[in-house]
Structures are given as C-alpha cells and as structure tokens.
Design a protein around this ligand. Sequence first.
Ligand SMILES: Nc1ncnc2c1ncn2[C@@H]1O[C@H](COP(=O)(O)OP(=O)(O)O)[C@@H](O)[C@H]1O
Ligand SMILES: [Mg+2]
Length: 376
Amino acid sequence: MDSPFIYGKIAENEFFIDREQETKQLLCNFKGLVNTTIISPRRWGKTSLVNKTLEMLVKEKGCYAARIDIFNCRTEEQFYKTYVNAVLQASTSKLEEWVALMKKHIGSVGPKISVGEGSQSYEVTFGFNFKEVQYSEDEILDLPQRIAEEKGKKFIICIDEFQNVGNFADSLAFQRKLRSHWQLHNSVCYCLYGSKRHMLLDIFGNYEMPFYKFGDLMFLDKIAEADWIPYITRQFKKTGKVISNDLAAKIVRKVDKHPYYVQQLSHQVWLRTDKTCMAEIVEVAHENIIDQMRLLFSNLLDSLTLKQINFLHAVVDGVENFSSNTTLTQYELGTSANIKNLRNALLQRDLIDVLPGGKTEIQDPIFAAWLKQQVV
Ligand SMILES: Nc1ncnc2c1ncn2[C@@H]1O[C@H](COP(=O)(O)OP(=O)(O)O)[C@@H](O)[C@H]1O
Ligand SMILES: [Mg+2]
C-alpha cells in the first residue's frame, strides 16, 4: 500500500495543506507583478508553496512562469545557462519558436541549441568558453521582459535556492547586475527564495546591498498543529487505519511542527500501525528517526568546538539569557564577549535560528532530540 504521507518531495495535491494566506498573497503579488522574497529554514515548504501558487496561476491566461532551481549553480556561467533554458522552456514547447526567440533576442553571438535524444526538450548550449555567455549576459537577463512584451503577457520568474548567488565569485557585482536589469522590467515579476536565512537577510535586508528593498519579504512559518491534526487523521483513515487526535498531536509536538518531519514521523507511525495507532508506536517511530541520523549528528558535533557544543546544549535546555553569569558558568561558555561569536558561528552553519522575537532555537528538531539524549 502506498504511504499516505510524503516527505523529501514537493508536497502537492492531497499532501499539500494549509498556506491559504501565503498562497493568496503570493498569487496576488504574481498577478500584480510585485517582487517577493521568501525565507525559511530548509524543509519548511518554500518550494511546495511556490509550486502550488504557480499551479493556481497557470489557470490564468496571459502569464508565463519559469521555476529555476540554482542549487547546483556554482558560477555565473551556470546561472545564465540554467536561466536562459528555463525562460525559453516556459515560453514555448515548439522547437521552431524556441529558435526564433533565441535568434531574435540573444541572436548575434550564436549560442547553439541541442535537442535531447528522443525527447521533447531542447537545450541551449554555449560551446566551451564563457565568452559567449558573457557577450549575451544582458540579453539573457532581459529575455523574460522581451518575450513578455512581444507576446503581450506577464512573466513570473521564480528562483529557488537564491542564496547560492552569494557564493559566486564577485557576488556583489553580480547582484548589482541582476538588480540593475530587473528593476527596469515592467512585465516581469521575480520571486526569489531560499533557505539560508543569514545569507538571504544579508542579500535582502542590508541597506548597503543591491537587493535591499527589492520587494515583499515573506518569512514562511511552520504549519500549525490545528492544520496537521485533521490531515494526519484523514490520511490514516484513507488507508483503513485509525489514529486519535491526541496521538496525531503528539506526532506534531515531537517534531515541533516541522513540516518535513511531521510527514516523516507520520509515515513511520503509519507503517508500524496495524489497525489502530498506540502511544508507544509514536515513541518507537520517533526513536527510529533519531537512530537514522545518529552517525550524521555525531560527525557534525566532531566538527564543532567544545564551546559551540555547550552553546547548543544551552539552547536545547531553553536558556534565553546566554550572557548571564549562571549560564556562562553552568555551560562553560567562557566570557559573555564570546556569546556573539558562538551564536554567529552556529547561525552560519544553519544549526540554530534566531527567531524574529529574539528567541534562539535549534533548527532541526530531531537534532535537538538527539542532543538532549547526550550527556554533557
Ligand atoms: N504545505 C505543505 N503541506 C504538507 N506538507 C508540507 C507542506 N510544505 C512542505 N511540506 C513537507 O515538507 C517537505 C519539504 O518541503 P519543501 O517545499 O521541499 O521545503 P523547502 O523548499 O522549504 O526546503 C515536503 O516534502 C513535505 O513533506
Ligand atoms: Mg526547496
């Protein structure tokens, strides 16, 4: 029997819940061509949210939408290649038209088009050197605007894992270039999203940076318990199994509403449930997920300093004032002058998150549960 839960993939159809407010706002921004940046830790549902919104948008005529994942782009050159291909893909599925758009808008330097063997897809290639791409940069960046103008449509460009541009050589110059083009586009809307909060905040929230005040900033939240409970019970029921609201709530609390882990833990509980779920099953399934991660977590700790590890333990214990003498002594954190560095180092590694209200949290609830089991 197929699992009624999904994780590690885009949540769609029956697996996609909640997010009414967010899809509504995002759809509204897309239609009104308002640029939007979405920030949340990994696996909270950004990709699924944008995907869902684009699905809703497709029903509207008059819009092209390209979803571009730059997770694997290490250089500007790779970015441009991925970009031009995604934009063309979103604009047409006909080879002749593809060629025509290329010729018209990126023409002179002669990028080549290759047709995937036996497939319906085409790909633009640029030969072997970066020069060709460099000559075409401006045209590539303006491509969605040109196509939108030509066809009398709007273009929605969604770029996933956008924080990666922060790793490009001379990233600042690149960001300036993007911004200088994009701000002139009046038929295109950009939705930029990614997971590294500190990197993205640096790109979008720092007034010295080119992308400062680029558009709406959306901090995606986790999904509320009240939305998870009916989902979990419904998915059990669909497959002829039963789970009480209380136990569904227990699943959600065990992983602190974290979307990926709620789905994973629900799946593990569902697997172990014959007919009716019992409290012990939730415990065992939770422990099993921690087990799967044990080796990874201990390797992770090996890469940290003792004080960083102590700091993590303090976070797990719910400490709020890290600079107080009691905390500094109890967790052997050194002097209060250390705290900022410790916090920053762990933020850089995406191990902790400082919430807008100032509270510090371990990002991964399974890592937090594992840490709790370790004796200091
Ligand atoms: N709206 C949602 N409803 C149900 N589950 C979700 C939802 N959004 C995310 N998830 C769960 O979280 C996982 C990660 O979602 P994803 O969109 O890839 O997150 P991100 O892009 O932020 O890393 C999904 O595989 C799914 O298990
Ligand atoms: Mg994603």
